[in-house]
Every structure is written in structure tokens, then in C-alpha cells.
Design a binder for this molecule. Structure first.
Ligand SMILES: Nc1ncnc2c1ncn2[C@@H]1O[C@H](COP(=O)(O)OP(=O)(O)O[C@H]2O[C@H](CO)[C@@H](O)[C@H](O)[C@H]2O)[C@@H](O)[C@H]1O
Length: 769
């Protein structure tokens, strides 16, 4: 040390003086003691407390109370001993610089990987990417190739495994999970530990960081800071980085800024499925927008896209009921036997939003788009036998993007009784013969009320070995033994999902299981409830294409009041109702059958008509209920509109233009309309059952919380009571009403949440034997 200033003092600089610092840091969580050399000019701003400074053992001891730092200083060149220590210090300094460089290189590498993953996501996810990236994008039989001037790369979707980046970044085999402590310690540990922590093949490894770590704010006085690159899909603050050496040519701050840029481009990107990425084929009797009679169509059209966004290779297989614009003939013909008759199928396919849509074509499906489940029992059964037989072989026969999915790392998602034969065929035709060994299946229950029941004799149409008959046989106290397709599917499949937690519970009761509760209880170990999501492209007031004409308008949370008012006026005008902003508009949308509780509305109509309200009902189904709707309108022409039919456009417009959505369902596995309603600032009044109970938290006026009104049993009086309270709040408590609307609109109802949970089920199925 060249000189000591008078106290209190600031350490003065001198070119060849080094200070060996013994650092004791302390915070609420841990004590750390570490040793490393610094050039003393890095700390020349530290004021030391004179009372703590003392001289002894030939070295200078300083203590800084404010920073809780003790310093032991030595002059370089003062003696041999000093020299040794100084050289030690030099070595340590060099070591630290080396480590810093390595960590910065690691950061740069990881940032590249992050950027590539982001691109991969965007390319799967977004149609608008080509413009925003300034590159070009081409779909070539499902292989999406993306080129941009700055960073040419090709992303190929691979057979048998999910996603691979050919530009060398992402893929691969090793899973390394770093805990928070490990990352923090990376800056402190010695070389051996450091090398253990960051293996040489890091660049070809998947690196995961737990969420806590991603969200944490890090500040450290160490020269190397790691944290910002850890925040892949969540926001973090920029860490404080003090890189004194700067020898790498890339400052950590630059690295951090790049990470922020990458992040801000697409903040809501969900995480990749990572090592869980697999091939998924969802098989359903309907798929929106091509075919839809209700919620199943919506789910088949939306869930696969959310799974694809997670990095899975995803296909939807549905029957081709009509002539669709996008899907093209894949040029493949296969024959299947149904009831002893050879039937040839063709395959039409298209690739949209990262999903392969394959439609199975045969004349028995034609002209049924408006009557998917129409015809007699045998007609439906034959359609479903053909459909399931063909669907289970699609991964072999239909090359999507030039490459078939294959049967390794493959999971089928079957839906409701219509496709419950698929897991049975998978087992009987393939697994039992050592084929498709690694293919698994999941069965989703959207509605247990429809089960594919028939006479036991119908078993012969299923084309299965005789010993399979037993799993189809079910005893019914009324009808005796019968054939039950849902029952066989539930027993055979690897995992079962239903569309809400509440319904998962109800299915196990004799009231909710519709005769299948015994089987569901037996298979409880493989049952899970996952609440449906909302397709935020389709059902979003901000982008809704049905709100762009006829006086309607798109709106968002910010423009909720004016936007909704305009939509309400447009709806009243379109339906010929008095255009009044102050009258509450109550809506019902749904299939007209016993399930939806339309009869409860009928009972409540006289009371409702005594109120100053407007009621709009849209539905189709049972002829007697359709007639009832017409009557409501005829008898209350100034207040009621009963639209009989199936109109997607009107469903959207009614959801946007109404104030209240009524869902008095007797049972409701999930219910999508109440979710759509909340997304549009329309307040739901529902029977608290199944998914309705799960998704509509009752309004609490004392705490200004909740999302709508619920009633606890399917009775008209309860409906009136709940609706009465709702109307009262609408009229007299505007602030509370706005709160309800806002809370509804700000929920995250996206499919991404559900997709993540589905992924867990698919993984469970994959590792099930
Ligand atoms: N007349 C009409 N015109 C236009 N659109 C109409 C319509 N009638 C109904 N829809 C639309 O069909 C869908 C109905 O979905 P739901 O989930 O409410 O009921 P559904 O009983 O069909 O579905 C079953 O499967 C879904 C999906 O899992 C579960 O949510 C649900 O509880 C279960 O009963 C909505 O998109 C709705 O707008």
C-alpha cells in the first residue's frame, strides 16, 4: 500500500498496488464468505471507518461498517512474501477473469438458443411472423421453413419426435436442471465445481430453470451476473452487472439487453414442452370451423393449436362431412371393412396454425354437416366404426409434411363415445399383436349422457375378437345387459380426462355418472379434470370478425363501456327489439335439450316478463323446445326473441351485445358459453354444477369479488332469485357491475393453461404400460 491517508480516508489509487479483499457479505438469507482479488481502484469509493482500521502482521486491515466489508491490503513488491501473495492474487484474478469469460460465453450461447426457441414458437404460432421478421415463410407439406435475411434457419418437424432446430441451437438429449442456489453459486464456486455445473456440451443440452428462478430479481456485486438470460418467458429486471474486466468483447450488459429485446417481442409465449414433446393425434366426430354442433367442435378446433404452440407435433382427424375449402386430397386410398362391406376412404388434409388437419372421406359421412349425429342407431354406429378404424391408421398412411407421424412417441386423444372405439381397436388390432407398442390413448369425456348404447348383438358390427365382448357389456337396472361403447373405451384407454374438476367428481356419483359411475370409480386412478379454455382468436371482442359490420364494433377492456353499448344497440336493432341502453339484455345460447335447462327458463318467463328486461334465446335441438322458443317470442314480441337455428355469427353477436348470460343447465361438464361471455364483459348467471361451478365464482358484494351469480339447484325459483339479484346490481350498483365485467375480462381463460395440463396427462399415458 503506497500510502495511508488521514482518517477518515478514501483508498487512493496507485498503478501497481493490489488489494486483497476478504469480503463478508450478509443478507437476510445467507452469509457468504469469499475471497477474490480486485484492483484496488475498483473500490476507491469505499470510505472506511477510522476506528476499525488497524495495522498488524505487516498488512493493512480495513473495515467498512457501512458495506460490512473488511479489507486486508498489501503493497506489491514490498517484500518476497508480499510478492508471493501478490502473485497469488494475480493468479486468482486471472482465474476469475477466465470464469467470467466462460460465463459470458455461456450467456451468449443461451441467448442464441432462447432467440431460436422464440422464433420456433412464433413460426408455429403466428401467421404474421413473416412480416414482423422481415423474412419469408413457406409451408411445404407441413414442414415449415423460415428464412430471414439476418439469420437463415430451417425448422423441421421431425418424424417420431417433436421439434428440432437445424440451426444447431435447441434440440436435444441432456436435461440439465439448475436450481436457484446453483445458479447463484456459479459466480462463487471454484473451477472444479464450476466445470461440474456447466458441462462442456451445454450447447447441445436442454436447460430448464425453475419458475422461481425466472421471476427472481437478482443483484450482486460480483463481476459476473447470470440472471437475465434465465428469464425466458417472464419479465425480470435487468440485473446489476459489474464486469470490470471486459475482456470477452461482449459485455454482460449487452447480453442482458439482448435478452430483454428477445423477451419483449413476444412476452406471452408459453414454455416449450421440452423433453415431453410428442406426436399427438386428436380424433373427434366434429371440428370447428368445419363441423360443429356444440362444444366438442370448439375443443377439437382449439386445443390442438395450443398443444402445437407448446412444441408438440399435432394432428386432428375428423370425418369429412362436406366440401371444405382448405383441405386437399392427399391422394391416398385405403379400404376398411364395416359390417362385412369394403369401404374405401380418402384423406383430405391441410395445415393451419401449426396443426395438421386430416379429414376422412367416405360417402357415408357426406351431407351430414348439419346433422352429424343424425340417422338411426346403426347408421351412426357404422360411421363411427369406419371412422375409428381409419383414424387409428392415419399415422401410418397420411404423410403430413412429407413424413408420416409413425407410431412411436404417439398419443391419440379420443373424444366422447363416438371415438371411444379407437382405444379398443388400438389394443385389439395392434397392441395385442405386438404392433404400435409405443402408441398410447387418452379418452376425453365431454358429455357422459351419450354413451353409444345398443343391443349386445350389435357387437358383431364392431369387428372385434369375441373375447372383447365382455368389456362392452354393461348391466342397466332398466334395460338389463346392453352394449356400451363408452364403457369399453373407458376401460381400455390409458388415461381419462374430463372437462372440469367438478364434473370429474360428479361422474363418480350415481346421479352424474349416468350408469357409468361404477366404471369411472374403478378407473379413478387414471381420471383427471381439466377445464376447457377459450380460443382467444375466435372468441375475443377485440378481434371478433362478427363485430365488424352492421353497427357492431370490436372492443376491449379499455373501450368496454362504449363498445358494449354500441354492440347492444346493434343487436337490438338487428333483432327488431326497442333500442334502449338502460334495459338489461339477458341471453341464452345452447343446444335445446334437457341438459341445458331451457324448461327452467320457460317456468321463469312470466316473472321475467314482469321486469323491464329483454330476453334473447338462440338454440336448436329438440323440436318441442324449438317450438317453445317461437312461442316465447310470439307472446312477448316487444321483449323476447327466440332464434331457432344454428348461427355462429349470431352466437358471437349475442355474446357481445348482451349484459347477462343465463345458463341454467341441469348438468354441465364444462360449458364454454359462460367462458366466452366473461371474455366479452357479459355477466353469467348459472346453475352451480360441473364446470359452471368451477368457473363462475359467485359475486360477493361485501368484498366486491366474484364473476357472476350462481344458484344451487335446478329450480325456477332459484333461477329467479339469482337473476333478481343480478338485475338489481345491474340497475343500482353500476360500479359493482363494472367490477364484475372487468374481473371476467381480465381472467386468463386461454387454452394454453389447459394444454399444459393435457400435456401432463399425455406424458402419464406415454410412460404407462
Ligand atoms: N344454436 C346455436 N348457434 C350457434 N352456436 C351455438 C348454438 N348452440 C350452441 N352453440 C355453440 O356451441 C358451443 C356450445 O358449447 P358448450 O360447451 O356450452 O355445450 P355442449 O353441451 O355442446 O358441449 C359439451 O362439450 C363441451 C366441451 O367440452 C363442454 O364444455 C360442455 O359442458 C358439454 O356439454 C358454443 O360454442 C356455443 O356458442
Amino acid at each position: 500500500m503506497s500510502k495511508m491517508a488521514s482518517f477518515p480516508f478514501i483508498l487512493e489509487t496507485n498503478a501497481d498496488t493490489k488489494v486483497l479483499l476478504l469480503l463478508h457479505t450478509k443478507n437476510h438469507h445467507h452469509h457468504r464468505s469469499l475471497k477474490f482479488p480486485l484492483k484496488y481502484n475498483t473500490m476507491n469509493a469505499l470510505a472506511f471507518d477510522p476506528s476499525e482500521t488497524r495495522r498488524g502482521d505487516g498488512r493493512l486491515h480495513y473495515r467498512c461498517k457501512r458495506h460490512n466489508i473488511r479489507a486486508v491490503g498489501k503493497s506489491v513488491g514490498a517484500s518476497n512474501e508480499d510478492k508471493d501473495e501478490s502473485e497469488d492474487a494475480d493468479d486468482m484474478l486471472k482465474g476469475t477473469i477466465e470464469k467470467s469469460k466462460k460465463v459470458i460465453a455461456l450467456q451468449r450461447n443461451l441467448l442464441q438458443q432462447i432467440a431460436e426457441r422464440k422464433k420456433l414458437f412464433s413460426s408455429i404460432n403466428s401467421d404474421s411472423l413473416p412480416e414482423s421478421e422481415g423474412g419469408s415463410i413457406s409451408y411445404e407439406h407441413g414442414v415449415k421453413s423460415l428464412s430471414s435475411d439476418s439469420k437463415p434457419q430451417k425448422i423441421a418437424i421431425n418424424r417420431g419426435n417433436a421439434v428440432e432446430s437445424q440451426s444447431g441451437g435447441i434440440a436435444l438429449s441432456n436435461d440439465i436442471r439448475y436450481s436457484e442456489e446453483e445458479i447463484l453459486d456459479a459466480a462463487f464456486v471454484g473451477k472444479e465445481e464450476y466445470d461440474k455445473l456447466i458441462p462442456a456440451e451445454t450447447t447441445s443440452s436442454r436447460i430448464y430453470f425453475n419458475e422461481q428462478l425466472q421471476n427472481r430479481r437478482y443483484e450482486t456485486i460480483m463481476p459476473v451476473a447470470l440472471p437475465n438470460f434465465l428469464s425466458y418467458s417472464t419479465k425480470t429486471s435487468t440485473p446489476k452487472v459489474e464486469n470490470q474486466e471486459g475482456g470477452s468483447g461482449l459485455s454482460a450488459k449487452v447480453v442482458s439487453n439482448e435478452a430483454n429485446k428477445v423477451e419483449s417481442k413476444d412476452e406471452k409465449t408459453p414454455p416449450l414442452a421440452g423433453a415431453n414433446a410428442m406426436n399427438i393425434i386428436l380424433v373427434a366426430a366434429e371440428c370447428a370451423p368445419w363441423s360443429k354442433t356444440g362444444g366438442l367442435g370448439d375443443v377439437a378446433g382449439s386445443l390442438p393449436k395450443a398443444l402445437a404452440r407448446r412444441g408438440h407435433r399435432v394432428m386432428v382427424v375428423a370425418p369429412r362431412y362436406g366440401t371444405y375449402a382448405e383441405p386437399q386430397d392427399a391422394g391416398i386410398r385405403k379400404r376398411y371393412k364395416v359390417d362385412g362391406q369394403d369401404m374405401e376412404v380418402m384423406y383430405f388434409q391441410t395445415y393451419i396454425d401449426g396443426v395438421d388437419f386430416v379429414f376422412i372421406d367416405n360417402p357415408i359421412f357426406h351431407h351430414l354437416e348439419k346433422n352429424i349425429y343424425g340417422g338411426n342407431r346403426m347408421d351412426i354406429l357404422k360411421r363411427m366404426v369406419l371412422f375409428c378404424k381409419a383414424a387409428v391408421e392415419v399415422p401410418w398412411h397420411v404423410p403430413c409434411g412429407g413424413v408420416c407421424y409413425g407410431d412411436g412417441n404417439l398419443v391419440f386423444i379420443a373424444n366422447d363415445w363416438h371415438t371411444a372405439l379407437l382405444p379398443v381397436y388400438l389394443k385389439a388390432y395392434y397392441h395385442d399383436h405386438g404392433l404400435m407398442k409405443y402408441t398410447r390413448s387418452v379418452l376425453v369425456i365431454h358429455n357422459i349422457a351419450h354413451q353409444g348404447r345398443g343391443s349386445v348383438d350389435d357387437f358383431k358390427y364392431l369387428d372385434l375378437p369375441e373375447h372383447y365382448k365382455e368389456i362392452f357389456k354393461l348391466y342397466d337396472p332398466v334395460g338389463g345387459y346392453h352394449l356400451n361403447i363408452f364403457a369399453a373405451g373407458l376401460k381400455t384407454v390409458n388415461q381419462i380426462v374430463t372437462v372440469s374438476h367438478g364434473y370429474a367428481w360428479e361422474l363418480k356419483t350415481s346421479e352424474g355418472g349416468w350408469g357409468l359411475h361404477g366404471i369411472i370409480n374403478d378407473n379413478d386412478w387414471k381420471l383427471r379434470g381439466i377445464v376447457n379454455g377459450v380460443d382467444n382468436k375466435e372468441w375475443n371482442p377485440r378481434f371478433d370478425v362478427h363485430l365488424t359490420s352492421d353497427g357492431y364494433t370490436n372492443y376491449s377492456l379499455e373501450t368496454l363501456q362504449s363498445g358494449k353499448r354500441q354492440c347492444k344497440a346493434a343487436l337490438q336493432k338487428e333483432l327488431g327489439l326497442p333500442v334502449r341502453d338502460d334495459v338489461p339484455v339477458i341471453a341464452f345460447i345452447g343446444r335445446l335439450d334437457q341438459q341445458k335447462g331451457v324448461d327452467l327458463i320457460a317456468e321463469a318467463i312470466p316473472w321475467m316478463m314482469g321486469q323491464d328486461v329483454q330476453l334473447i334465446m338462440l338454440g336448436s335441438g329438440r323440436p318441442d323446445l324449438e317450438e317453445m322458443l317461437r312461442q316465447f317470442e310470439n307472446q312477448n314480441h316487444d321483449k323476447v326473441r327466440g332464434w331457432v337455428g344454428f348461427s355462429v355469427k349470431m352466437a358471437h353477436r349475442i355474446t357481445a351485445g348482451s349484459d347477462i348470460l343465463l345458463m341454467p343447465s341441469r348438468f354441465e361438464p364444462c360449458g364454454l358459453n359462460q367462458l366466452y361471455a366473461m371474455n366479452y364483459g357479459t355477466v353469467p348467471v348459472v346453475h352451480a354444477v360441473g364446470g359452471l361451478r368451477d368457473t363462475v365464482q359467485p359475486f360477493d358484494p361485501f368484498n366486491e369479488s366474484g364473476l357472476g351469480w350462481t344458484f344451487d339447484s335446478a329450480e325456477a325459483s332459484k333461477l329467479m332469485h339469482a337473476l333478481g339479484n343480478c338485475l338489481w346490481t345491474y340497475r343500482d350498483y353500476k360500479k359493482s357491475w363494472e367490477g364484475l365485467q372487468r374481473r371476467g375480462m381480465t381472467q386468463d381463460l386461454s387454452w394454453d393453461n389447459a394444454a399444459q395440463q393435457y400435456e401432463e396427462v399425455l406424458v402419464a399415458a406415454k410412460y404407462q404400460w
